[in-house]
Design a protein around this ligand. Structure first.
Ligand code: HEC
Ligand code: HEC
Ligand code: HEC
Ligand code: HEC
Ligand code: HEC
Ligand code: HEC
Ligand code: HEC
Ligand code: HEC
Length: 415
């Protein structure tokens, strides 16, 4: 604690000394220098301080004493929009802007403890990157959850708001990690990541060609992010390969987008609205072509096309195993061995029930889908053979075996 205080004092000393000469200290800075010195020193290092964008530009100037702090306006993305309309517009065109809506559209989200949702300690701890409407922000406030509506502080964090920070792959790692989207872990140990991290450390020159997340996903400084396959790796139109088409239809049934009768359900509307999947060949191809062009800056076009096609092929293979497993569990519903939970939309196992799926066999199925199927293709797209094989494919093969065994046991017990 004492060491921290000394460090803070030292930092204040250094940056106070080096603060832009023109800046006259505002009452906000003066008082906050003692209450929240870390905020003031970060702000002093920022492009905002250099351009006289002061505390009150984002927080208003109604609060002036320790007693009236509730008058301070908490900045949200609309505050940024006033001065950075271009970035906000790009952001809206990309998928990050939809993250709040997509998490809230999931039935499972609302079965979790409040701290995980409104409190942003679970799903919405990451999904807060999505834009919230004024009504949503107000609703959170009414529930006593007033922080975390800025979205724009997810990569260049407050109060530094540094492009340097946002431009490094670590800025993405907080959210793009873990069981269903370990892009950070896959990247970090891929040749792409190893090269980049070595150049970051200064072992290799910083001009060495090595892609980071931003190279492939936010090229040329854009804020618009979107990939061809997306998170769930399902899309329309259905593939020509008959087996794959059948398997994908089964997965869409497991996702509740198609009903047991094969007809679209109301969930298809949610998928459309949150742009979870590409619905036309053109929309998919546009994103694929963009990616090929990026890779082609460092590899031959022929090589990257064939590499990306291998990723597509891993989706097809994974779908084969996944559909088998879904059908095994679906047959348990059909034969009355598993009870269909009240809140399930239809007779298929609901993959979107996540860990709230009531039985062991359904939980196996959820992990097979969300953890292992994801890794199988995400690893292929991120040049990480170990994720594709051992953490992905191999686990899926074993999941299917286990699901079959559990189903057999349930049938034996019944007879
Ligand atoms: C005389 C001291 C003082 C002045 C002047 C002052 N503040 Fe504060 N401010 C505080 C204190 C104390 C807190 C509460 C800190 C805490 O909770 O630890 C606070 C809290 C805040 C908060 C957070 C509010 C919340 O809901 O958590 C913001 C934002 C803020 N101040 C901005 C400003 C701005 C902008 C100005 C100038 C217009 C300003 N402050 C002027 C003392 C001051
Ligand atoms: C460019 C806009 C911007 C400027 C300038 C700015 N802030 Fe903030 N501030 C934010 C954002 C965004 C948040 C996060 C709000 C949230 O979580 O909902 C925030 C949150 C805060 C908080 C409460 C949350 C926390 O982390 O404790 C305090 C206190 C605060 N700011 C003080 C200041 C002070 C003091 C200054 C000036 C030295 C300042 N801010 C300048 C954008 C800004
Ligand atoms: C009152 C206008 C204003 C507001 C409000 C504002 N900014 Fe800025 N911002 C600027 C100016 C001026 C610059 C410096 C010139 C530039 O880079 O455009 C800047 C620069 C930046 C940079 C580049 C920093 C760097 O390292 O070069 C980022 C990132 C940024 N702002 C983010 C934000 C975010 C996020 C918000 C909302 C929380 C916000 N700004 C609110 C005016 C503003
Ligand atoms: C605060 C958490 C957070 C951070 C930080 C973050 N992301 Fe995301 N990202 C998400 C969420 C949540 C989604 C899903 C959005 C949705 O609902 O469509 C997402 C989606 C994406 C997608 C779209 C995948 C698709 O569906 O096509 C890409 C690409 C992406 N992020 C790249 C990045 C990169 C690159 C960075 C770092 C510069 C980054 N993200 C930083 C949370 C984050
Ligand atoms: C560690 C951060 C994190 C947590 C916690 C998290 N997510 Fe996500 N979520 C992401 C990221 C990152 C993506 C995008 C991943 C990708 O495209 O590979 C995503 C994608 C999604 C998508 C797909 C959006 C789309 O359009 O493709 C949904 C829906 C979703 N999450 C819901 C949830 C729910 C519900 C929870 C809680 C049970 C949750 N998330 C917990 C980070 C998180
Ligand atoms: C997913 C991570 C991420 C999020 C979220 C994010 N940014 Fe950025 N931002 C970046 C990156 C990366 C850069 C550096 C771009 C470059 O290379 O010029 C950047 C740069 C900027 C700049 C400086 C632009 C310039 O040309 O100097 C501004 C301003 C900015 N962002 C505003 C915003 C606003 C406003 C939001 C919210 C709508 C936002 N950002 C959300 C990653 C992000
Ligand atoms: C060399 C380029 C490259 C780098 C570096 C890269 N990605 Fe990707 N990423 C891809 C490709 C290719 C896809 C699949 C695109 C498609 O759907 O066809 C992808 C897909 C994604 C997706 C959608 C789900 C998935 O994994 O298939 C997210 C989210 C994502 N990347 C985030 C990240 C993050 C975060 C980083 C850094 C930790 C990163 N990527 C590094 C090329 C890259
Ligand atoms: C900024 C340059 C850069 C970009 C962009 C880039 N790569 Fe790479 N890539 C490299 C380098 C350098 C290596 C290491 C080559 C080696 O292993 O000898 C590499 C390695 C690979 C490897 C391993 C090949 C081998 O010889 O072991 C594959 C596969 C690959 N990249 C595919 C892609 C794909 C697909 C994309 C686009 C999604 C892409 N790369 C984008 C620079 C890049």
């Amino acid at each position: 604690m004492i060491r921290f205080a000394i460090l803070c004092l030292a930092m204040i000393g250094v940056f106070w000394g080096s603060a832009p000469a023109a800046a006259v200290e505002t009452p906000c800075e003066a008082c906050h220098r003692s209450y929240t010195p870390g905020i003031v020193s970060d702000w002093e290092m920022s492009a905002h301080a250099a351009n006289e964008v002061t505390c009150s530009a984002c927080h208003g100037d109604e609060h002036m004493t320790p007693e009236d702090t509730d008058k301070a306006r908490l900045a949200n993305w609309k505050t940024c929009e006033g001065c950075h309309a271009e970035q906000v517009e790009q952001f809206k065109a990309g998928k990050h802007s939809l993250a709040w809506a997509s998490a809230n559209a999931m039935p499972t989200t609302h079965w979790q403890p409040m701290a995980l949702l409104e409190g942003q300690k679970g799903c919405t701890g990451c999904h807060k990157i999505g834009l919230k409407s004024d009504e949503e922000i107000q609703d959170l406030r009414d529930k006593g959850m007033k922080y975390g509506s800025a979205s724009c502080d997810s990569c260049h964090t407050r109060h530094l708001f540094s492009t340097k920070e946002a431009s490094e792959p670590e800025a993405c790692g907080t959210c793009h990690m873990g069981i269903d989207h370990p892009q950070w872990e896959m990247y970090e140990s891929s040749k792409h990541g190893v090269r980049y991290l070595l150049s970051q450390k200064g072992v290799l020159s910083d001009t060495v060609s090595a892609p980071k997340c931003q190279t492939c996903h936010l090229p040329e400084g854009t804020h618009e992010n979107d990939t061809a396959w997306g998170f769930l790796a399902v899309r329309l139109p259905m593939p020509e390969d008959e087996q794959w088409a059948e398997d994908r239809a089964t997965i869409l049934q497991g996702l509740g987008v198609l009903g047991p009768d094969g007809k679209p359900t109301e969930r298809l509307e949610v998928v459309k609205k949150a742009r979870v999947a590409k619905l036309t060949e053109e929309a998919w191809q546009e994103k694929r072509t963009e990616m090929i062009n990026i890779c082609s800056g460092c590899h031959s076009e022929e090589m990257v096309k064939s590499e990306l096609q291998k990723g597509d092929a891993m989706i097809r293979e994974a779908d084969r195993l996944m559909a088998e497993a879904i059908r095994v569990v679906a047959s348990l519903y059909e034969d009355g061995l598993l009870e269909k939970p009240e809140h399930y939309a239809h007779a298929f196992p609901d993959l979107l029930a996540f860990h709230d799926a009531p039985t062991v066999v359904e939980n196996k199925l959820f992990l097979m889908f969300l953890k292992h199927r994801m890794r199988t293709f995400q690893g292929a797209f991120h040049m990480n053979p170990d994720y594709t094989l051992w953490y992905g494919w191999s686990e899926m093969v074993r999941d299917l075996r286990e699901i079959r065994r559990l189903a057999t046991e349930m049938r034996e017990k019944k007879s």
